[in-house]
Ligand binder design. Structure first.
Ligand code: F6P
Length: 377
């Protein structure tokens, strides 16, 4: 009997997901395997739609050829709230095997999606994961699908921000995505020459940020860029700095329970450093971009590997496979290890330290500016 595979995208969409779907469709066709596209992530497996055909549809290579360069994910995506409940997982696994007769499932998503895939493996469904997330927070792989694109979007944005910052001699705080992983922030900071980076991996203190910015300004750089990863607020010590009191009477109204944010940080720095600090949150443009050549090529190779694994390899009991990048090459490993973030990846302390301590080398113009400032004082 001929084989039938399924494919879905899950969690936050990431650039390159469509290219991976195209690749799986093309290689499946080459092997004579029927491919079903499952819509809206794991939700599509729950049979919630009135018409089930809406959720699980045959994917023809003619259809998917057109989506190679499409932004977002053609299959749609979702974060499925019920996908950890035993009764839901039992039913889905049973449906996949006995109702849809699907022999293997390709899951393109991040760590939450990998955990769901592992739960299906434990119920006898053969799964292969392709790491689709901009966050690069799956340590078993050097890169996740969409990470390179997200970094390029951020670099492009920060270059523009630094141009306007330079024009006005203003510091700027820029927030990037990454959830609890500072890779997008670090890579963007290195690539753009940003003067500071704040990431969830490292505890930090608002007073140090103020000190560093003041040093930059004093040394003739009133246009420093601070890159912050979206969730790094939890790791910062803001308590000892009287930022709420300082903002009283300023144009920013702050209540006792107002959480810290990029915009607030800019206001605090404005007052603490006497500078016209501005802020930008790059946000979802990082996810909706056209994949870079790196991500498209990775997607294509990963899709090929996923089909080969489902055709030719048997995973260990209760386990599946995860495709990734190691030493610059596509490889595969245990889904169990990948989902459990094994092996852990060490944080690049040296680079973090370098970005945050590199002194500014003033130009002639800067020295004139510093002199003028000193005269004003
Ligand atoms: O995981 C990808 C990601 O874009 C994170 O960087 C971000 O924190 C999160 O998704 C946002 O999720 P949502 O689309 O649910 O707002």
């Amino acid at each position: 009997m001929s084989k039938k595979f399924g494919i879905l995208t899950s969690g936050g969409d990431s650039p390159g997901m469509n290219a991976a779907v195209v690749s799986v469709a093309r290689y499946a066709q080459q092997y004579g395997v029927e491919l079903m596209g499952i819509r809206r992530g794991y939700n599509g497996l729950l049979g919630k739609s009135e018409n089930e055909l809406n959720d699980i549809r045959k994917l023809r290579s003619e259809t998917v050829l057109d989506i190679l360069d499409m932004r977002g994910t053609y299959l749609r995506t979702a974060r499925c709230k019920e996908f950890f409940l035993d009764e839901v997982l039992d039913q889905v696994a049973d449906d996949l095997k006995n109702k849809h007769h699907i022999d293997g499932l390709v899951i393109i998503g991040g760590d939450g999606s990998y955990r769901g895939a592992l739960d299906l493996c434990k119920r006898g469904v053969r799964c292969v994961g392709i790491p689709g997330t901009i966050d690069n927070d799956l340590p078993y792989t050097e890169a996740t699908l969409g990470y390179d694109t997200a970094v390029n979007v951020c670099v492009e944005a920060v270059r523009s921000i630094r141009a306007t910052s330079r024009s006005h001699d203003r510091p700027h705080v820029v927030e990037v995505m990454g959830r609890r992983c500072g890779d997008i922030a670090m890579r963007t900071a290195i690539a753009t020459g940003a003067e500071m980076v704040i990431v969830p991996e490292k505890k930090w203190d608002l007073r140090d940020v103020i000190k560093r910015l003041n040093e930059q300004i004093t040394n003739g750089n009133p246009r420093a860029t601070i890159i912050i990863c979206e969730n790094a607020w939890e790791d910062g010590n803001m308590a000892d700095y009287p930022w709420r009191e300082q903002l009283c009477g300023s144009d920013e109204c702050v209540h006792g329970d107002t959480p810290f944010s990029t915009k607030l940080m800019a206001h605090v720095l404005k007052i603490a450093c006497n500078a016209e600090v501005r802020s930008t949150v790059i946000g979802y443009t990082q996810r909706g971009a056209i994949p870079t050549a790196y991500d498209s090529a990775f997607a294509f190779e990963a899709g090929h590997r996923a089909v080969e694994l489902l055709m030719n390899e048997t995973p260990a009991k209760d386990d599946g496979f995860a495709v990734g990048v190691q030493h610059g090459r596509v490889f595969h490993t245990s889904l169990k290890d990948a989902a459990q973030k094994k092996p852990p990846r060490p944080f690049d302390e040296k680079m973090y330290h370098t970005i945050n301590t590199l002194p500014y080398l003033p130009r002639e113009d800067d020295l004139i500016l510093v002199a003028a400032r000193n005269v004003k004082k």
